[in-house]
Each structure stands twice: as C-alpha cells, then as structure tokens.
Ligand binder design. Structure first.
Ligand code: SF4
Length: 366
C-alpha cells in the first residue's frame, strides 16, 4: 500500500513581482522583502511530524514569488531540506512572470524537471498595472521552461473573467505555448474576504468564489466537448476531466488534507493550508516559540479538522463519487448557495461518466 503524504509549504518570501487583485496575500505583505530563515526550515523538517517513516514528505517551495530570493538562498534551502529529509520530494510553484535560467537549472537538479505555475486570462497585472505585459511574459516563460525540457503544470484560476472570455481563448494559449498539463482551481476573492473576514463556528473561513460552482463545471465540460479532439491530438492532460473519465482520486488541491499539511512564513507564523498564510486567525502557532508537533495539538487545528472531516462532508455521504472526490477542496463551502453544483464538481464526474463520448476518452495518461 502506498504511504500517505505530508506536505510542507515553504513561503520562502511572500513578496511578489505580480499584482493579482484577488490574491490570498495582502498588498502590504506582497510588498515587503522577507526571507524564510534556514533555522525555521530545519526546525520544521526535523520535527517528528515530518520525520515519521509512515509518511512520504513533499516540500513545496513557493511565495509570493520564490525567484525573488535569488539562487544562493534557494539553493541553501534545498540543500538543507535534502540533507535532513533525504527521501522527500521537492517541488516549486513559480509565477513565471520572470523565470531566470538559474531557476530552470535548479528545477532540473532538485525537482525532477517539473514545476507548477498559476495563471488566469485576466485580472493579473505587472506591478505597474499592465495586463498585456503579464500575459506576454507568462507565455514567454512557460515556453522557455518547456523548451528547456521542464514539465510545466499550469493551474488556471478559473475566475469570472477567464470564463467570460470563453474556452476558445484558453485553447489559443494552450496551442501557442504547447504546454501539456493544465489544471483548474476555483477563484476566490481573498481581498474581499480580508476586508471583513468571517468564519464559521469551527473557525473555517467563509470565502466566496468569483463564479458559481456550476459555471466552473460547465466551462470544463465545454472545453472537453469543443476542444477534446484537438487536445487529444496534442496530448493535453487535464486532471479535472481525466479523473472523472477514469474514476480516479480527485486531484483538486487540498482535498481533505489539513491533517497532513503545514505552511510556514518568514516570521515563523504557521498555518495548515497555504491559502491562509496571511489570515492571522488561521495561524496555528509560531516557530519562534513552538515546535511543529506542538502546533499539531493546537485547538484551532483540531477544530478545523473536525469541520473538514466530520461536519462539512455530511452532505456528501451517500454521494456515489465520495470515495474518489472526498468532498472537493475543503477551503471552500460545499455549496455556493447559488447553484446546485458542489465544490467537488459532481456535474463533471457525472457528465464524464454518463454523457461524454468524445475523443478525450482516448487520451494517454501522463
Ligand atoms: S461530488 Fe460533490 S457531493 Fe459528491 S463527494 Fe464530491 S463534493 Fe461531495
């Protein structure tokens, strides 16, 4: 039986070189120069929580934008992780607004020549507010990585604007960049949430998406219907479609994973989910004064786990897809209150099993 995974997110800095107005980090934090100290990384990875032989560990380097800390700092962090947690898998999330040659080299050396990036067709800007420049540089850099032999996984934030532009607009980007792996995430307006943060009685943030869950699912179904043949010919992999076709474990980020993840900030504050990295109420402790194992006993973490594992998914019990889906991304409410669709995208699971008969069925697995 394969081992369960524990995930450590290292926010090597929360500073960023792109302006996404719905970011989960506040503008103040994104403008602050910060560097995650090696001592915090060492404290986390040497803790019994990550040294437990019953689990595999994945260490994800990210920001903000991780390239801003420079090659030397990133190499030092990677060397430390590899020396103290030799069997862990290391990977990164980079925004690809800039992609220095040294980062590609590091990706080959330490990350199995694969990394993830995030994207949307709109609502992403350079720091001077230029949307076109962002699009241009992003596409240039993912092509650069692809041509350097890197497998780039593009995670599309399926925001309202991207959906309004239609599936043809995304297909053009897929065609132009030749990137083969595309995933989709729901789009949450964290800046709206931060203005008046509200939580349920278990301490889980009450976030809202910029689209209904149904619009999210309909877009992905339309992409398969309209462009499935071409995507199949190009060898394009789209997890949300394939998991439903092949009835596999859901690949949506953070599917009931709170118990096995930790995110750490440069000031020592820690959260479970990386999306909460700038929400003080979600801090489960601080590495300046606590160990990771102590944080795992925190009341707020336990409440969150109760919400996630027992309460939130009550309405999923009886769902024929629960075994694979497990309730969808747990940082979002199960239903949006506006459409009949759920966070786990039941409409896609059902459609792909019962209705879809297009070319994507023949897609080769990665
Ligand atoms: S498909 Fe929807 S109802 Fe079914 S398990 Fe997933 S989130 Fe729950």
């Amino acid at each position: 039986m394969s081992k369960l995974t524990r995930i450590l997110f290292l926010n090597v800095t929360r500073q960023c070189n792109v302006n996404c107005p719905r970011c989960y980090l506040t503008e103040e934090v994104r403008n602050k120069k910060e560097l995650l100290p090696l001592e915090f990384i060492e404290k986390a990875i040497t803790d019994p929580f990550f040294q437990d032989p019953n689990y595999e560990s994945v260490v994800i380097f990210e920001g903000g934008e991780l390239s801003l800390i420079g090659e030397k700092n990133l190499r030092n962090m990677l060397e430390l992780v590899k020396s103290k947690l030799p069997n862990c898998r290391t990977t990164m999330v980079a925004n690809c607004y800039s992609l220095p040659d040294w980062l590609i080299k590091i990706c080959h050396e330490y990350m199995g020549s694969e990394f993830e990036t995030t994207y949307a067709l709109d609502k992403k800007y350079s720091l001077t507010g230029d949307a076109e420049l962002y699009q241009k540089r992003f596409k240039q850099n993912i092509k650069k990585a692809h041509e350097a032999g890197i497998t780039v996984v593009v995670n599309v934030e399926l925001n309202k604007e991207t959906i309004d532009l239609g599936v043809d607009a995304l297909m053009e980007v897929i065609r132009e960049t030749k990137i083969q792996c595309w995933e989709f995430d729901h789009s949450i307006d964290f800046q709206e949430f931060m203005k008046d943060p509200r939580f349920n009685m278990y301490g889980s943030p009450l976030v809202e998406t910029t689209t209904t869950y149904e619009e999210f699912s309909d877009y992905i179904i339309e992409l398969a219907e309209v462009h499935g043949k071409e995507m199949q010919a190009l060898g394009i992999q789209i997890g949300a479609i394939q998991q439903a076709i092949y009835n596999e474990e859901s690949i949506f980020f953070n599917v009931k994973n709170t118990a096995n993840m930790l995110s750490i900030n440069a000031d020592g504050t820690c959260t479970t989910d990386v999306l909460y990295s700038d929400v003080p109420r979600m801090f489960i402790g601080n590495l300046n004064v606590q160990t990771v194992s102590e944080m795992m006993q925190s009341k707020s973490r336990k409440m969150l786990l109760r919400w996630e594992n027992s309460v939130r998914v009550k309405e999923c019990i009886g769902c024929e897809f629960y075994n694979k889906c497990k309730g969808g991304p747990s940082y979002m409410p199960l239903f949006d209150g506006l459409s009949a669709e759920c966070a786990g995208a039941k409409k896609i699971w059902t459609y792909m099993r019962d209705i879809y008969d297009g070319d994507y069925r023949q897609q080769q697995r990665r």
